[in-house]
Design a protein around this ligand. Structure first.
Ligand code: IPD
Ligand code: CA
Length: 257
């Protein structure tokens, strides 16, 4: 199996998003945490296809009852998938939403694909081999934070983090050009990787939100850690801070919060 096989699978999954109409919506735990029948359909599609590509791999995915990390996922290959990152965007037809496929090898990021079908943007990376968008090598921006946009996620499902998220955002705004909130964490990190943004943060996201995008960003020269500068967890949720090459140190607003 090669990264091209995973890209092809993501492309086909993206087509399901493009052709889906008015999906049935189900609610999960947490504030406005939804899943649609399309999330489940894409998840089933991905698991079927990826199992064919790499039969020995374990799966960790946002939908379909495979969302608990277990010890066996830390050994050998494990696909970490988010069929639709940006489910609320998908429901409200607010773009984009992306398909995210990460492959861990012995618990560490090994291959990554994030596909935005609306703009036909295919991000990919293999550990140690650089990051690509539609086959072209990408690097994050070298401009300082003051000359770049920043983006953040509101950690929408965790009400206890709301004040802290917006305190940081308020202090971050004057340090950069302006703030953006896209509605998909995987996309946000890809935006830092490709030089559209200088920084992305969110106080709690799940492994499937970042397993693929964090590797893409790292391979594009970004620093990707939790908001304290420690390595991201690959066994459970984490905060996330992704900074482009031009952002040399963690802004003080993260320490003060
Ligand atoms: C969410 C999106 C959102 C982020 C949330 C994620 P979902 O994923 O990535 O941007 O703020 O933390 O959970 O629920 O749309 O797959
Ligand atoms: Ca997600």
């Amino acid at each position: 199996m090669t990264i091209e096989d995973i890209k092809q699978t993501a492309r086909e999954a993206g087509n399901i998003l493009l052709t889906a109409r008015r999906p049935k919506i189900m609610e999960k735990s947490g504030h406005a945490n939804f899943v649609t029948e399309t999330d489940e359909k894409v998840q089933r599609f991905l698991v079927d296809k990826l199992k064919d590509l790499l039969p020995e791999a374990e799966f960790l995915g946002e939908e379909d009852g495979q969302d608990e990390f277990s010890a066996k996922m830390a050994k050998g290959f494990c696909f970490v998938i988010d069929p639709i990152d940006g489910t609320s965007n998908f429901i409200y037809e607010y773009r984009p939403s992306v398909v995210s496929i990460g492959l861990l090898r012995d618990g560490k990021p090994y291959m990554a694909v994030v596909y935005n079908p609306y703009d036909d943007m295919m991000f990919s990376a293999v550990a140690g081999e650089g990051a690509y968008m539609n086959g072209e090598r990408i690097m994050s921006s070298e401009a300082p934070l003051s000359e770049q946009l920043s983006c953040f996620g509101t950690a929408p499902y965790y009400e206890e983090l709301r004040d802290k998220s917006f305190d940081i955002a308020k202090k971050l705004l004057p340090l950069c050009v302006d703030l953006r909130r896209s509605g998909t964490a995987a996309w946000d990190m890809c935006c830092v990787a490709i030089g559209r943004c200088g920084l992305y943060f969110e106080l709690k996201i799940q492994i499937w939100d970042y397993a693929a995008a964090a590797l893409i960003a790292q391979e594009a020269g970004c620093s990707v850690t939790d908001t304290e500068g420690k390595p991201l967890s690959y066994t459970g949720p984490s905060s996330a801070l992704c900074m482009s090459r031009g952002v040399k140190k963690i802004p003080d607003c993260f320490k003060e919060a």
